[in-house]
Design a protein around this ligand. Sequence first.
Ligand SMILES: [Zn+2]
Length: 234
Amino acid sequence: MLALILASCETPSGFMGPASRGADALGHRPGPVGFSTVIVDAGHGGKDSGENARRTGLVEKTLALDMARRLKSELSGSFRVVMTRDSDTFVDLDERVREANRYGNGVLVSLHFNASGSRIAGPETYYWRVDSYSLAKRVQRNLMAVTDFHNCRGMVRRRLRLTRNPSIPCILVECGYLTSPSEAKNISDASYRAKLARAIAAAIREQASQGDSGMGPLPAPINAPLSRHGDARS
Ligand SMILES: [Zn+2]
């Protein structure tokens, strides 16, 4: 089985389609190159507000949709962009996965904002699959380059429904901590959010043109079951 996985990781990069079996379905393959579709997923929505930072009045679902719209307009010239929601509506996570799986030659980028104690601050990028590693690394690197907030976990390998379950490369970006007073002040500024969206868009374009090139060795594949409702988040 290990040999099989290694062999599949050595195949030249490129897409194998949404319905690929076995190791490919688990994302045990190189990262995507030359993809044409980006599924932009605005976290939460409707009855699910996400993080609600009481001190600042910032609401995650609203900011996530704002970021999704900004990212869409950054990418629209070069990619087909699919939004999993474009209004304040509730969309179940499994429904978001099903939507993403309709596009074989695509990647999914889910956008969120974070909350914790007041001292942790900065964007974080979550990935799980081997085929999503380089995209996550590029996104995190670009975000770090445009923000002053670096007191966070950075890039995190975590099995979530949106980092494990889609059949295409998928990452989840926590664009910043609403609970950090100084970061929240920046996040409430549209020009800061525009800067973050441009950084994410540039990372997606880099991945599409360069694949895994220059991103170092890929992480080891992990065989893990689908993430389900109720799984511990960390
Ligand atoms: Zn969220």
